[in-house]
Design a protein around this ligand. Structure first.
Ligand code: UDP
Ligand code: MG
Length: 327
């Protein structure tokens, strides 16, 4: 890991290398327009070496052929192609794995929802010392339904996740090489990259932008996929749902106690209204289910620990080591 600041390795390369990681799933219709827009925007930075790393996530249209054609016309293009659709987060991970030589990596969508122009501002913030620059949506042109569900998701995530994950942030971000190295150590299957990036720390800065509507094609995130993704965000960064089982158990047990007091009251003060056997059944039912939930919560607590250990995340990410002369 580089312990100097953002300067590239002088001996091997004089210009910084910036790799764009670009996941593609059925974007055939708009991919050339996207690439042209990206090339045009980045032409403003002739001082940088650029690599455009497209990851074809098992597209079923002609995206791959078109990407290979782009590769033929522009030697800065790299194309990776998955054997099937593994999902956006895995595609981004593969691109980051392939970008080992880059001084910075920029991840962006290939449907022109993330304006290439914004990535230039990210580069400036990186040069000014930021390790992560994440694009935060000031506005978005999505449907009302998508906006409402996104809001609900971030609300829930805020309340449950142990790591603070910024709101309205997608995967459009720049990462310095040391952040890429740190994130690459997280090998969990169910990946929620924006959570992992929040988890590694370093100097992170937000950049506000207006999200454009999709240029062509359809969203690769239909509702079912979005719900699964939201669930992996919450479950991947929190074991709170498991702890809630015992809380519910305690609440139900407490209710059975109140019920017992009530039953006793009826028995003592209005014996003519009390039904034989009712107290035993009613109180017993709540008490037993409450106890069962508490015990499930105990199991859940252990399970949560097993889960955290099984994820086998790195314990820390070092930002700097300054050894003494004997180190
Ligand atoms: N994508 C992908 N694999 C998938 C779904 C999407 O690589 O299974 C890519 C897609 O090509 C795009 C980015 O991920 O570049 C974001 O997807 P999309 O625009 O469909 O999501 P939305 O913007 O609607 O949330
Ligand atoms: Mg999109």
């Amino acid at each position: 890991m580089a312990d100097d600041d953002h300067a590239p390795d002088e001996a091997t390369r004089s210009r910084p290398l910036v790799t764009y990681v670009l996941p593609v799933y059925d974007e055939g219709e708009g991919i050339e327009t996207f690439h042209a827009a990206l090339v045009e925007a980045t032409a403003a930075r002739p001082d940088l070496d650029l690599e455009f790393c497209y990851v074809d996530d098992g597209s079923s249209d002609d995206s791959l052929e078109r990407l290979l054609k782009l590769r033929g016309d522009d030697d800065r293009v790299t194309v990776l192609s998955f054997s099937r659709n593994f999902g956006h987060q895995i595609a981004v991970t593969a691109g980051m794995d392939a970008a080992g030589a880059a001084d910075a990596v920029i991840v962006m969508d290939t449907d022109l929802q993330d304006p290439p122009q914004v990535s230039l501002q990210m580069l400036e913030m990186w040069e000014a010392g930021a390790d992560v620059v994440f694009a935060q949506r000031r506005s978005r042109q999505d449907s009302r339904f998508k906006r409402a569900t996104a809001w609900g998701f971030y609300w829930l995530l805020d309340r449950m996740a142990d790591t603070e994950i910024p709101r309205n942030v997608g995967d459009f971000r720049l990462m310095d090489r040391k952040v890429v190295a740190a994130v690459s150590q997280y090998r969990e299957q169910d990946r929620f990259l924006r959570g992992i990036v929040a988890h590694v720390g370093f100097r992170q800065e937000a950049l506000l932008f207006d999200r454009d509507p999709r240029f062509a094609g359809e969203t690769g995130y239909p509702l079912a996929k979005m719900i699964r993704f939201a669930a992996s965000g919450i479950v991947g960064f929190s074991t709170a749902p498991l702890r809630w089982i015992s809380r519910l158990g305690f609440a139900i047990s407490a209710f059975s106690l109140l019920l017992a007091v009530y039953v006793l009251g009826v028995r003592l003060f209005r014996p003519e209204e009390s039904v034989p056997g009712w107290a035993f059944l009613g109180v017993g039912m709540f008490l037993l289910s409450g106890l069962q939930l508490i015990m499930m919560g105990v199991i859940g607590t252990y399970l949560g620990r097993v889960y955290v250990e099984a994820k086998d995340r790195p314990l820390y990410a070092l930002a700097l080591t300054a050894r003494g002369s004997r180190g």
